[in-house]
Design a protein around this ligand. Sequence first.
Ligand SMILES: Nc1ncnc2c1ncn2[C@@H]1O[C@H](COP(=O)(O)OP(=O)(O)OP(=O)(O)O)[C@@H](O)[C@H]1O
Ligand SMILES: [Mg+2]
Length: 308
Amino acid sequence: MNSAALAVDAEGVVKSFGAVRAVDGITIRVAPGEVYGVLGPNGAGKTTFLRMLFGLIRPDEGTLRVFGRSWDDDGTRVLEGVAGFVEAPRFYPYLTGRQNLVALARLDGGVRPGLIEEVLDTVDLADRADRKVDGYSYGMRQRLGVAAALLREPRLLVLDEPANGLDPAGIRDMRALVKRLADSGLTVLLSSHNMDEVEEICDNVTIMDRGAVAFHGSIADLRAMAPDPGHLLDTTDNAKTLEIAARHQVKTEADESGALHVVGPHDAVSGFVADVVAAQVRLKQFTPTQTPLEALFFMLTNTEAVAR
Ligand SMILES: Nc1ncnc2c1ncn2[C@@H]1O[C@H](COP(=O)(O)OP(=O)(O)OP(=O)(O)O)[C@@H](O)[C@H]1O
Ligand SMILES: [Mg+2]
């Protein structure tokens, strides 16, 4: 694909802050119409990369083009194609959601009639648009941030950890919103530190680890690389359960409390559990520990799972 056709064409981009190479030679290509995820643990360099797309900071090395335009050649015309937010969107708390959008539209030289209503509707805030932002939940503020970006009618929407700090319902709403926007043809580039959050919505991902690319490819590629799922199993007779495990393609290990960590392919685990139950052993607990994609994320980024 030639560079002009790409929504984002970043090649060998480097950005240092003093001795810290926050972005260390990354290459990311985002095709128009796709939802692309930039994943990485805290400090990986996600925000630094996204800031460069908005021209808030300049790369030290490498090239960066948005729909074929670069800051060096085209200056602020790069922004004609891109909108979004890095870190958290900010609003005047004492104004309503709608008043904030009206103010932003004015600063931008006005928007076409009806657009404010349209974007409020898109982000599902139409019925709460006349309340003060002060009373908005975190999820509502994030969605208002998306609405503000949509006012600029971008072709590329850039969202920095849009699901960060949201509760499960908020995450679900944000995911549905991104899907709706993608279905309308918008290209979306978002960052996240949670693999499970993005797996349903992203077509392709780049996983960053300390400024560098640890993986890039499709979610399907990632799934193929992912380890087997893990479960925590506790029964009324763990000794017998261990004997039964020996007849299945599963790995089991007892923890200090005596409960068993079971790792294996889905079919093997379900066959094993069926045999445990058939042997009149009762399950006290059977819960997934890490999803395979999460486990892979921690492997690729050399980080550890944190208790949630
Ligand atoms: N303005 C700055 N001055 C100095 N160091 C910075 C600056 N911005 C980022 N860094 C450093 O660059 C590295 C990458 O930071 P960045 O904010 O891009 O990571 P991130 O992936 O967005 O992390 P998080 O998940 O915490 O948001 C970190 O080590 C950070 O401390
Ligand atoms: Mg960040």
